[in-house]
Design a protein around this ligand. Structure first.
Ligand SMILES: [Zn+2]
Length: 330
């Protein structure tokens, strides 16, 4: 599931590649991928608009469009954006041939002469890289044809992601309920301490709540707690001020590292050109159950916290609380 680093990395790619481009036409292949307005109105209202800017808030990607429109994209489990250069043609024959398959995989995009650049682009790296362009089908749910002949695809295998079109005046509504932005200036130790005050839930669970901190998911919450040497089951309101400061720094560090590595492609996430991110190779605990801790050699353990699989090192992240008083106490 794309978390803040994956969305931020995509936002930077979209900004570099698509600002200034105009959307000639939108085609919706799975109507429920459009949250608002309905898919006919969505296609009508978005046609002819220019992409003027790209932003991110939490795990939401925001495209500022001409005419004071705002397109929000929430990728949820498996949503990805993919740019195809001019020359790919759309094949919708499946729609008539096999309705069930059509609804599962969407249209095909064909270009026999296209040579994928992703292998050569990443040749210098050690990690195995995969390319979406090599694993057809795309599971395309929405296709934006740009005026310059390129296509911007919204692909989503599991179909949980949502696109929504708003007027700029509705931005507050579009972003309602999102908590602190962890890479923003407001994410200070003091604010984090305030936010943890009175929270008797495990710290791991609290970190996942988007209304408190926007953008952390299962991967980066596990990684941040490891870096901060805090057990995922620690009651959030028992952290000392020192621990809160260390945790804040750890959250920022793991998110920035994730962005630097182009995101974590554990399974479905891909960048704008279909390339995999390389951050998975740098994971300290996430999905490393049974493997030796990179810091101390102890086997990484997996437990369940709030129904989410949670990975930690029992030696580096001891259950015992620090002897210092908790930060929230008066
Ligand atoms: Zn360890």
């Amino acid at each position: 599931m794309p978390e803040l680093p994956e969305v931020e990395y995509t936002a930077r790619q979209v900004r570099a590649a698509l600002v200034g481009a105009s959307i000639a036409e939108a085609l919706v292949f799975w109507e429920r991928s459009i949250a608002r307005p309905d898919s006919d109105a969505f296609c009508q209202e978005i046609a002819g608009r220019r992409i003027e800017g790209v932003r991110r808030r939490g795990k939401l990607l925001l495209l500022d469009l001409s005419g004071d429109y705002l397109l929000t994209i929430h990728r949820r489990m498996t949503g990805n954006l993919l740019v195809l250069p001019p020359g790919w043609h759309l094949d919708c024959r499946l729609r008539k041939q096999d309705r069930a398959s059509w609804e599962r995989v969407g249209p095909a995009f064909l270009n026999e002469s296209y040579q994928c650049r992703c292998q050569e682009k990443r040749q210098g790296e050690q990690e195995e890289t995969l390319c979406l362009l090599h694993d057809q089908p795309f599971y395309c749910r929405v296709c934006f044809t740009l005026a310059d002949g390129r296509r911007l695809l919204y692909n989503d295998l599991r179909k949980f992601g949502k696109l929504a079109l708003w007027s700029r005046g509705q931005e507050a509504e579009a972003l309602a309920g999102l908590g602190l932005e962890p890479l923003g200036p407001d994410f200070t130790s003091e604010r984090l301490a305030l936010l943890l005050q009175g929270k008797k839930r495990p710290i791991k669970q609290v970190l996942l709540e988007q209304t408190l901190i926007a953008g952390l998911g299962n991967i980066y919450a596990d990684e941040a707690l490891f870096v901060a040497s805090i057990h995922p089951l620690r009651r959030a309101d028992t952290l000392s001020c020192e621990e809160v400061a260390v945790l804040r720094q750890a959250i920022v560090a793991v998110l920035q590292l994730g962005i630097e590595h182009g995101g974590t492609s554990f399974n479905d996430y891909r960048g704008l050109w279909g390339e995999a991110g390389s951050n998975y190779a740098h994971m300290q605990v996430y999905q490393r159950t049974g493997q030796p801790c990179r810091r101390c050699g102890t086997a990484i353990q997996r437990i369940s916290v709030a129904q989410r699989s949670t990975h930690f090192c029992p030696h580096c992240q001891p259950v015992s609380q620090s002897a210092r008083p908790s930060c929230g106490q008066p």
